[in-house]
Design a protein around this ligand. Sequence first.
Ligand code: MG
Length: 423
Amino acid sequence: MALHETRRSFFKKSAVAGTAGAAILANFGSGLQAAVNNTPQSSNPSALRITDLKCAYYRGHGTHLFVKIFTNQDIVGYGEGMDAVDGTYNLVQGMGRMLVRRNPLDVNRLFEDIRRRGFFGGAQSGIYVAVMTAIDHALWDLAGKALGLPIYRLLGGKFRDKIRIYCDTAHGSAEPSAMAAEAVKVKNMGYSAIKFDLDWARDPHKLDAYNMTASPGEVERMVNQVAATREAIGPYVDLCLDMHGRYDLPSGIRVAQALEPYTLMWLEEPIPAENLNSYREITESTSTPIATGENHYLAHDFLKILENKAADIIQPDLHKCGGVGEGQRIGNLANLYYVPVGNHCVASPFGAMSAAHCCASFPNHLCQEWHGIGWADRWNTLIEEDPIIQDGYITVSDKPGVGVTLNEDAVKKNAVKGLPFFE
Ligand code: MG
């Protein structure tokens, strides 16, 4: 017998009990009804529907895009996009309208629908993919919350409990001793991998503002910095250097070869991202591992890097290149080529945890970036939980969805002025 029929027949019988039983009658079933009301609506995932999508922009490491997807069961999902998100408010709204009345559990299908809709509108790279990426993260967060599972479970489980972090840091001086001292400080914080920038726009040895050739003085400065740093941290801490695509092919080869004695984990973007034939030339010319990827999009771009043997390590930015689902596809694709993934990450701690779920889900993950050492106090306020990096690792959350809570009040403190804030 259905519950409501049971209650109806009881009420009929009770009606004859008169006013003496009125108080009992008024309260009958209230406890059960309250329990029903309090039962998480996530128990009905088939009826889950998206009702709205709102967004906010935060000024942190450049501009962060946060999207918030609402549903008919009071479950919301958050996602973050980075780097290629300035000026995207109308794009976000348009993609949001595409999602209304759809079931967010069809994550990959919704991602593909948005991608195909933009086939002639830029869906191969850039801001279109970055906005799709933020939405993808929010859909995975929603799906996890609706089903009561952490994202890594939805991805097929995890290969590791903790994600190794490499600390991107800065030193503010060309003195080799300054970089070495900063590296020792970071090593003593528990990090097993450290990254510095090698390019320096104000280098007095730079001979021309537009020519991309590293002068002998620039190369000497770079080598001296790296030599001092390697000596200071010893042989067992991984060291990465980033050139931000600001040099030409002969300079990239020259620097990569000059740094061979210092056993780098990688030399990053010695040349701009676009020409993979030139990347292959550098990669073939040196024993220094070459890395690229933060300016590439979707699995298609990474397939080209892998097929061209253009890099030793790929660096997808999981808040820009497609998101959690595409990130897993990229990771598994690289695994077929025995290429490790050291993902670029300049997102908030919320986004860093979301990326960590993805990085736990494929076998060949190497390490994930953290870029917040200079502003850790502000960075850590962006989630309501304690700081997620401990001793150089992020422990992947076992809570539903991303598993950490975006602090909207903290986001609002540095929201981009002139744009709606989750309205
Ligand atoms: Mg970089």
